[in-house]
Ligand binder design. Structure first.
Ligand SMILES: Cc1cc2nc3c(=O)[nH]c(=O)nc-3n(C[C@H](O)[C@H](O)[C@H](O)COP(=O)(O)OP(=O)(O)OC[C@H]3O[C@@H](n4cnc5c(N)ncnc54)[C@H](O)[C@@H]3O)c2cc1C
Length: 360
């Protein structure tokens, strides 16, 4: 009888697993991808879409077409929980999927539990992105919460869209620290000046304490009016691993070993944001790692089925970030090096379109 591999979530690493399965198949195996949308939206191009540089079609992969092309089954469902001991995955609506081996690449959530019933919205899971952004771009004073790379990029892109389309109002960016606080100070200052030049209003070192329908209250007791709130305050884990014996970090991400196997479970693999490497717990949740893990994940799944030795994933020390900062200009950050301008955007455009081309 054929063995069954479940791929849960169509994240970056799983797209690569599906592609490599065609090049280098695993004998006697059926693969099923389980993901809640027909499409995988690529976050590297979110800011370009928001500003109006890319269409919806350009920033998404059609999962039905991809899986059909490479001989993988596709089930459009959201996983709700797993019982590892029984080797069963449960999905919305009560469907149950038994497996021999399972791999998770489900990304992250961002809205903290305190605010789930508020008016604040998240772009994760990523198929929600288009609706959220389309709605927010048209309103007069949206608030973006979170001064990391994603928050800064989207605040600038929404403001650029408003400027280009003569939509009144300003985006407000609220950050509990200085913007881009994880990067060198001069990068933080540069992005701050770009935000201000574009017309984004900034509240730094203020935490959002309460969210009301048309205003928020910050830790400095400021009342900031809004017409919609987008929460980009940092990734947190999906509830799918809750109430299991799977070992999780303090944000709800599953601990994996360098082989991308879950701790205590050799038959559960994972990649991307939803896992934390025990050996390097502080590396950023970034698409770059999810992409680099893809080939190792496929190699290790194959090796596991074939009884061969597994490879180790060694994260690179510095990661290349290029923020799209409006009008086809980019801000590139690599360790202590930074570069602003059209060249940086061109490089980002090339990396992102090359990535998408592989799965179209
Ligand atoms: C606005 C923004 C811009 C960003 N820009 C960049 C960038 O330029 N470069 C970069 O490196 N990183 C960027 N990031 C970070 C990046 O989005 C994540 O680190 C990356 O998407 C993680 O990839 P992943 O493969 O783990 O998951 P994702 O790409 O998030 O994919 C997860 C998949 O799992 C599915 N899924 C979710 N929940 C379930 C479930 N319960 N059951 C089944 N399927 C599920 C989803 O539908 C999706 O198909 C950005 C983030 C944001 C918010």
């Amino acid at each position: 009888m054929k063995k069954r591999l479940l791929l849960v979530g169509a994240g970056h690493a799983h797209l690569e697993v599906i592609r490599q399965y065609d090049d280098d198949p695993i004998e006697n195996l059926e693969i099923c991808l389980i993901s809640p949308s027909e499409y995988q939206y690529y976050s590297g191009m979110f800011s370009g879409y928001t500003e109006g540089l890319y269409t919806e079609e350009q920033i998404r992969v059609n999962l039905r077409e991809l899986t059909k092309k490479y001989g993988v089954n596709f089930v459009r469902k959201q996983a709700t929980h797993i019982i590892p001991e029984r080797k069963k995955l449960f999905c919305e609506g009560g469907a149950v999927y038994p497996f021999d081996v399972i791999s998770f690449d489900i990304g992250s959530r961002s809205l903290p539990p305190d605010f789930t019933t508020s008016i604040a919205r998240s772009v994760k899971p990523n198929y929600q992105f288009i609706d959220r952004i389309n709605e927010l771009r048209e309103t007069t004073t949206p608030i973006v919460v979170g001064g990391g790379a994603a928050g800064c990029e989207l605040a600038i892109s929404i403001q650029m869209y408003k400027n280009k389309n003569n939509i009144d109002g300003h985006v407000k960016l609220v950050s509990s620290s200085e913007v881009l606080s994880a990067f060198p100070r001069r990068s933080s200052r540069k992005v701050k000046s770009l935000l201000e030049e574009t017309g984004v209003q900034l509240w730094e070192k203020e935490e959002v304490i309460h969210i009301h329908d048309d205003y928020i209250i910050t830790s400095a007791n400021n009342r900031v009016r809004h017409t919609g709130v987008l929460w980009l305050g940092g990734p947190i884990g999906d509830p799918v691993f809750e109430a299991t014996s799977i070992k999780l970090d303090d944000k709800g991400f599953a601990y994996v070993r360098p082989t991308l196997q879950f701790e205590d479970y050799n038959f559960i693999f994972g990649a991307g944001d939803c896992v934390t490497l025990r050996s390097n717990p502080h590396i950023d949740k970034s698409g770059v790692h999810a992409v680099k893990q893809g080939p190792i994940l496929y190699n290790n799944l194959k090796a596991y089925f074939e009884g061969e030795a597994l490879q180790k994933y060694e994260p690179q020390k510095n990661v290349l970030y290029i923020l799209s900062v409006g009008d086809k200009k980019g801000f590139l950050l690599y360790g202590s090096f930074s570069l602003y301008g059209r060249q940086a955007w061109k490089l980002k455009h090339k990396i992102d379109t090359d990535f998408m081309e592989k799965y179209k």
